[in-house]
Design a protein around this ligand. Structure first.
Ligand SMILES: Nc1ncnc2c1ncn2[C@@H]1O[C@H](COP(=O)(O)OP(=O)(O)OP(=O)(O)O)[C@@H](O)[C@H]1O
Ligand SMILES: [Mg+2]
Length: 184
């Protein structure tokens, strides 16, 4: 142990044998009224490969099997989930939190499209604001009694997937790939 040890390894440069690596914890607790059993992220390396379709199909299948199912649409600049389910209404909120909108068959959905006045309004926000909003979809939305939540991600490894994986304890991921659509 260093003679100047102040028990704070994070701010110390010494390579001593007593060194303890303290990993920062970015995890975020869901809303206190939420009960979510399993969270599955749906990701891909490139765009347009079918993530939103796979997310929706997985949710529909699990819902048909009788599980209470939710979709968190984390693709803020290309939200397609409400459209896929034909949802026109907007999400409601009160002083306690935000309420997801139910699809016709009962899948609970939260998406930026359910909060914008106009569905077609562009979301031109910088990374931290986008990632912060996705985090709020986890912390401020009241997800009551969900067996399976599927998170539809934007493509790649940008701010949103990093924030989701740092702040939400996901139980599994589905990686969607597709062959490129042209040939020589
Ligand atoms: N297996 C498939 N076969 C044929 N077409 C498909 C398949 N999966 C998705 N598509 C079509 O490809 C297009 C893109 O699909 P989708 O929106 O699900 O991709 P995405 O990965 O979510 O895209 P983005 O990265 O923009 O969010 C849609 O028009 C969809 O209907
Ligand atoms: Mg998509």
């Amino acid at each position: 142990m260093s003679e100047q040890c102040n028990q704070s390894c994070n701010t110390c440069q010494e390579a001593c044998s007593e060194r303890k690596e303290e990993k920062p914890d970015f995890s975020a607790a869901p809303h206190e009224l939420s009960h979510i059993k399993k969270v599955i992220g749906v990701i891909s390396g490139k765009g347009g490969v079918g993530k939103s379709l796979v997310t929706s199909m997985l949710a529909v299948s699990m819902n048909r099997e009788g599980h209470r199912t939710a979709i968190l649409d984390a693709d803020l600049t290309g939200p397609s989930i409400p459209k896929m389910f034909g949802i026109k209404e907007k999400a409601q909120a009160n002083e306690i939190g935000l309420f997801p909108v139910k699809s016709k068959t009962g899948i609970e959905i939260m998406s930026i499209n359910l909060l914008l006045e106009n569905d077609t309004d562009p979301v031109i926000w910088r990374g931290p604001l986008i990632a912060g909003t996705v985090k709020q979809f986890w912390t401020d939305v009241i997800w009551q009694d969900i067996d399976y939540m599927f998170i539809d991600m934007p493509p790649g490894t940008g701010d949103v997937p990093l924030t989701v994986f740092q702040s939400i304890k996901v139980d599994g991921i589905v990686i969607v790939t597709s062959p490129r659509s042209w040939s020589r």
